[in-house]
Design a protein around this ligand. Sequence first.
Ligand code: ADP
Length: 423
Amino acid sequence: MIHTLIKKLTLGSSVFICAILLLANILYIRIAYKNLEQQTISNFQTNIFQIYQDIEKSPILNASVLKQYTQNHYEIYLEDYETTLYYESDAPLPDPQAVIAELKKLSPSLSPEDRKRTSYIEHQEFFYQNGKKDYYVSTALIKNSDYEINAYILYSLADLYRHTRYIILQSCIICVSASLILCVFAYFLVRQSLKPVADSQRRQTEFIAAASHELRAPLTVIMSNTFAMTKTTGDEQQHYYEITAKECKRMSSMIENMLTLAHSDRFALQLDKSCCQPEDIVIDCYNYFEQIILAKHLKFHVSLPENALPPCLVDRNKILQLLIILIDNAVHYTENGSITLSLSRKNQHLIFCVIDTGIGIPDYAKGKIFDRFYRVDASHSDRTHHGLGLSVAKEIAQAHNGKIKVKDTPGGGSTFIVELKIM
Ligand code: ADP
């Protein structure tokens, strides 16, 4: 499902990126073409006015100067009272006379007032197409007291089109390359953004699979013992009843842990913070575990700071739950020696340590023990520990902006350190 979502989002964002780039490209080409056209026309105008002024001064044109223009794609046709004075082109028109006749029709006609004036240059510019070739044309009437010359100057737009084609090619290459790069980038961005969702989906699937597996065992025991209870009486029935009750209790604690984790997955773990003395939590733990630890013939040490710590704002019950998980594990995995619970303060952090001298945790498992349903020795048929305690402890620590870590106890065993930020 996540893969389909990644594909769809990548496709969607790629189409969007390509559409934006295409639009920007079309806009750029249009602006570039307009600028080029403007520049071409302005160069043309500068040149033709120079030619017209020269003609106005003298009808004897400097052929070498005109030739320079024609080499630059100008076609110049001059006429004095219907007599051709000059025609020059580096790529002659197939039928120049027919073209000139057509241009004459498009040229402005002179009003009687204009004709009376002794000296003027009357000119007009327009686009003109001949066959498949496009031109920018200027037609003019240059008059002084001695002569009257009609000028037809055509400028081939082939150069303008060639430049435009080059710009289109260049910007298309840039546009395609940029689209490809951005599409690849979009794919990685989408994949990276959806990674937490994919991880959470994977964790949820694993969680459900492990939870159903773990719940099946107590359910089987409960079902078989309930059936046995119906077939027995007296002490035997009591025996089956006690097993069933124990399994129900175990199942209930597991479901409670699972609900805590499921809730913290959907929302942040809800904390009920209140101002409390951290030493009191440690003393509660001591009272809770004293007899349990003594019954196992272990020593229980508690270490508190010499001076009373300032009160802090925490969820007292949740911190107590966290310490109970750690001490319960310490008791469970320690056969000889001692368990120490200490409390100290470092800068803005409260530090709780649970130190045992038990079996310890191998290095390869230290990073995994906080995962849900992970047990170092999964084959161990322990019916009270189901691999959820440390993941709940980690959620509680994180909800308090804190962290939990594990290291070896010097001489053997495990030391769990909980650092909680004091609000
Ligand atoms: P469990 O309920 O199985 O103890 P936890 O999440 O609390 O689950 O712990 C995960 C695993 O970490 C345990 O199965 C155990 O292998 C290991 N572990 C936890 N605490 C200790 C400890 N104090 N000493 C040795 N191993 C421990």
